[in-house]
Design a protein around this ligand. Structure first.
Ligand SMILES: Nc1ncnc2c1ncn2[C@@H]1O[C@H](COP(=O)(O)OP(=O)(O)OP(=O)(O)O)[C@@H](O)[C@H]1O
Length: 270
């Protein structure tokens, strides 16, 4: 798919972990102002891709352009500035500070990264908490929140600095259906209201198809499908459709390669 003026452009990306090649010449563009869900088999490198885009990992080779900046060659302090100004991240493990209440958790990045007066910080924090429906919960401690509420506070914190890009890693994991519905609505709503570019890693095909403008399917170190959910569900390759439909057998076989079953049985013990 040709993406006009992508927010993120990845080219010929190679990345290895130990002796395992995770990405082998990955090239993909992520559209500006849209929600793109990155999906694919477990262990294929989806979280790794978010970390490469966030500059937390450095590729072996290749380029990652984000809002015109080449992430892979930025110096540490430049990367820090870029992250501060442009990126919000919501990782599944992105825990709240347990010794700070909800208000102070959301205020934290503003207090650390800006010189804004406390009165302005208060207005901004209340605005972010209102956006996630938790203005009334500002005095609660993290221990008093449900899992879904904690995720929403973490979301308010990750948009505190008005990022251009927000990256979500498995934002639905462990949530009950109502909390999941709220997070889905928030991801979609915030993307539109704040004009964000959103990248979302998740295994939930149904949620992703409902929320994402585009799906990016990654497998074997490459993009095997990129398009709207509708396009991929109807016109994707057999492998893409097998993944999206959750079929147990297809191009990715149910059976691990083995010798003849009958011979195996007759052969007795190994
Ligand atoms: N810190 C690490 N050190 C070494 N190998 C790692 C590390 N983190 C991840 N890996 C390996 O890198 C590969 C890609 O991991 P990654 O977490 O990006 O996959 P994923 O597609 O997000 O998986 P999942 O869907 O299960 O979360 C996996 O094989 C994993 O075992």
């Amino acid at each position: 798919m040709v993406v006009e003026q992508p927010y993120i452009s990845v080219r010929d990306l190679t990345f290895t972990r130990g002796d395992r090649l995770i990405y082998d010449g990955l090239s993909v563009d992520f559209p500006r102002g849209k929600v793109t869900a990155i999906m694919g088999p477990s262990g294929t490198g989806k979280t790794t891709l978010l970390r490469l885009i966030g500059g937390q990992l450095l590729p072996d080779s290749g380029s990652i352009l984000l809002a015109g900046e080449e992430i892979t060659t930025l110096k540490r302090h430049q990367l820090f500035e870029l992250r501060k100004q442009k990126m919000g991240m919501l990782f599944q493990t992105g825990a709240l500070f347990t010794d700070l209440d909800v208000f102070d958790n959301v205020a934290f990045p503003l207090r650390v990264h800006t010189d804004l007066p406390e009165s302005m910080i208060r207005d901004l924090v209340l605005m972010k908490l209102e956006a996630v429906g938790l203005r009334g919960a500002r005095s609660l401690n993290p221990a008093e929140l449900s899992g879904g509420m904690a995720r929403r506070v973490a979301l308010a914190r990750s948009i505190a600095m008005d990022p251009e890009l927000i990256m979500y890693d498995e934002p639905f994991t462990g949530l009950d259906p109502i909390s999941m519905g709220m997070i889905v609505k928030l991801i979609r709503g915030l993307n539109k209201a704040l004009g964000l570019t959103s990248l979302l890693v998740s295994h939930d095909v149904e949620e992703c198809c409902g929320i994402a403008d585009y799906l990016c399917l990654v497998s074997g170190g490459k993009v095997i499908g990129f398009g709207t959910p509708n396009e991929l569900l109807h016109e994707g390759s057999d492998e893409v459709r097998q993944f999206l439909n959750g079929d147990p057998d297809g191009p990715v076989p149910f059976h691990y390669p083995a010798n003849d079953y009958r011979q195996d049985i007759l052969a007795g013990s190994d």
